[in-house]
Write a protein that binds this ligand. Structure first.
Ligand SMILES: [Mn+2]
Length: 314
């Protein structure tokens, strides 16, 4: 399928690369890396990577302004369903390609390369660049590394396979990117976010069966001077709490009038519960959006019940 993807990239002079809303480093890095690789390989092509920006990741690289390009190819990265595509209007494109590592939700592209055994979309792009005639350089390799490192929570998850480490090793060998230069681009953060992390540690509650949850309402965000995106991103800092094999953050988003729920687990499938609440995601890392705190508590109770049932089964 990589050859088919390459054929289409070669064929089109105008290419738009899109990714999911609520940008994260894998989505951002995969789209910038693929854009830069295509431009490096075909300097005359018009390639843009689009989506709403994020102050938090502005050191990673710059996104392009969205403009409609005639007869353009759309490549959607890291996004399993059409409604989560950021900025680009999918139906306006003649030909569409999807490359993703989320569990399948719906088909909306002509070619869909989906491998949900991969750590990240960046890992798939590493493979793509290796297997077809697309160029790479130190900057592109660094972007791809950041996407893999971030989506695997710095190689903590089982989604990292020998394939992941082999690719990272090969790219590091060949392009010699600098880890200490790269990591701050996604991990450096202001003191107020660190203080908010302290607030969450102090205020996290744990249900009877072991769901750790923290509610970060708008007042708290105002008090700690963080936006809801920054607050929602705290979730990955709370792994390895002995009492909480599942942990959740509930973040109020007043601008959009919903609560964003992020769920993580060690070894327990949580995306099915999130799907019940208009969400979804990976088996151990999922999320949902709900209208109010009651709905959020229902979701948390469902996760608690899930843990209770597992205890009874043992
Ligand atoms: Mn991803």
């Amino acid at each position: 399928m990589f050859n088919e993807i390459y054929k289409r990239i070669k064929e089109y002079d105008n290419i738009v690369i899109a990714r999911h809303i609520g940008v994260d480093p894998d989505a951002l890095c995969s789209s910038l890396a693929l854009r830069d690789s295509i431009k490096l390989t075909f300097p005359n092509k018009n390639v843009i990577a689009v989506g709403s920006g994020s102050q938090k990741f502005n050191k990673v690289g710059s996104i392009d302004k969205y403009t409609t390009l005639d007869d353009a190819l759309l490549i959607v990265l890291d996004t399993p369903d059409k409604k989560r595509v950021d900025t680009a209007i999918v139906d306006l494109f003649k030909y569409k390609i999807k490359i993703d590592h989320h569990p399948f939700i719906e088909k909306f592209c002509d070619i869909e390369y989906i491998d949900d055994n991969k750590s990240s979309t960046c890992e798939i792009i590493m493979e793509l660049l290796k297997k077809v005639d697309l160029e790479c350089n130190e900057t592109i390799a660094g972007l791809l590394f950041l996407g893999v490192a971030s989506d695997s929570n710095r190689f903590l998850f089982n989604t990292c396979t020998s394939n992941t480490f082999k690719l990272v090793s090969e790219y590091m060998d060949k392009y010699n990117f600098d880890l200490e230069e790269l990591y701050p681009k996604i991990y450096s953060r202001p003191m107020n976010e660190v203080r908010l992390q302290g607030y969450i540690s102090l205020n996290m509650k744990i249900t009877d069966n072991g769901v750790g949850y923290a509610i970060i309402d708008n007042d708290t965000q105002v008090e700690y001077k963080v936006d809801s995106a920054a607050a929602g991103n705290m979730i990955n800092n709370f792994n390895f709490i002995e009492e909480a094999p599942i942990w959740v953050t509930v973040t109020e988003d007043v601008r959009n009038a919903f609560f964003r729920i992020s769920v993580r687990s060690r070894g327990i499938t949580v995306n099915k519960v999130c799907e019940k609440y208009n969400g979804g995601g990976h088996i151990h890392a999922a999320g949902a959006r709900v209208k109010n705190l009651d709905e959020a508590m229902n979701l948390i109770n469902d996760l608690d019940k899930l843990l209770g049932e597992m205890k009874n089964d043992n």
